[in-house]
Design a protein around this ligand. Structure first.
Ligand SMILES: Nc1nc2c(c(=O)[nH]1)N[C@@H](CN(C=O)c1ccc(C(=O)N[C@@H](CCC(=O)O)C(=O)O)cc1)CN2
Length: 284
């Protein structure tokens, strides 16, 4: 068996095409959505991701507001930029690119953001709303994964899902989305402290591998026909992406997300969705 591809590039392109029309309609009402980004330091990956976000904005007609600080920026300097974007009427929503350099209190920065402008859905108030089942901007990668599965007709309802990872952008929020009544999946969350990861993986209909551990998920761990989402981004000596999923999984899985070309483009598309929805809310 060779797995079918969960094509993030094509699915993201369809979302962006829909958003282009919605942005045009907003502009006719005098509203131009604007995405702000706060990028601190020299991490090449972060620079690439933020550049991609602004390229996407240009494609759909969203205005870009870019703030860059050096790796030596202090907590106070970053907080000043966050306060500025909170007040900027041209900025519909913004993100602080993570991770921030060592020594910066990331949670304090996230808490300082205006929750109404939180385009990542990572403000504690918005994560709390997700826990309470209240409307909120949804974290981009987990929501992108759900959209990707739905777009390819993968059954989520009743599925046994194993999420590997417990980071704030994916691992923590992913089970919250999957266990909403609208999804009704059953979720097991695994992490570096899980005793027998293989035993959990073998039972999964859907695997979300977001541990950042190269080739952690092996073919022998995967139930034939399962859907496998590779979210891990490690780099080899040549700088090429090495995912959390071993290439041999292609021969066992029913569905697989390529990496690159799977979850990454969906993360970016969902960010645009959050910005456009915030702008639409502002006009009622
Ligand atoms: N504030 C945030 N920080 C981070 C998030 C996030 O959602 N919000 N997620 C990740 C990084 N990320 C978005 O910021 C991101 C990662 C990957 C991609 C992407 O399009 N990847 C491409 C490959 C690009 C390459 O070659 O390196 C793909 O998968 O096809 C977009 C966004 C951590 N930080």
């Amino acid at each position: 068996m060779t797995a079918q591809i969960l094509d993030g590039k094509a699915t993201a392109a369809a979302i962006k095409s829909d958003l282009t029309a919605r942005v045009a309609a907003l502009k006719e009402k005098g509203v131009t959505p604007g995405l702000g980004t706060v990028l601190v330091g020299d991490d090449p990956g972060s620079h690439k991701y933020v550049a991609g976000k602004h390229r996407d904005c240009a494609q759909v007609g969203i205005a870009s507001i870019q703030r860059e600080l050096p790796a030596t920026a202090t907590q106070e300097e970053i907080e000043a930029v966050v306060r500025e974007l909170n007040e900027d009427p041209a900025c519909t929503g913004y993100i602080v690119q993570l991770p921030l350099p060592r020594g910066i209190d990331e949670n304090r920065i996230l808490e300082l953001m205006d929750p109404a402008k939180d385009a990542d859905g990572l403000h504690p108030m918005n994560l709390g709303r997700l826990v309470l089942n209240e409307p909120a901007p949804l974290p981009c990668t987990p929501n992108g994964i759900l959209t990707l599965l739905r777009a390819h007709g993968v059954e989520i309802k009743g599925a046994e899902v194993v999420v590997v990872g417990r980071g704030v952008t994916i691992g923590r929020p992913m089970p919250l989305l999957l266990t909403r009544r609208s999804e009704n999946a059953t979720v097991t969350q695994c992490h570096t402290g899980t005793r027998d990861l293989s035993a959990h993986l073998k039972r999964a209909d859907i695997i979300v591998a977001a541990a950042g551990a190269p080739h952690l998920v092996r073919a022998e761990d995967v139930k034939p026909g399962a859907a496998v989402l590779d979210v891990g981004v490690s780099r080899n000596a040549e700088g090429k992406i090495v995912g959390d999923v071993h290439p041999d999984v292609n021969e066992v899985a029913g569905w697989i997300s390529p990496n690159p070309g799977g979850v990454g483009p969906m993360t970016r598309a969902q960010l645009l969705v959050n910005v456009v929805e915030a702008a639409e809310r502002s006009v009622g």
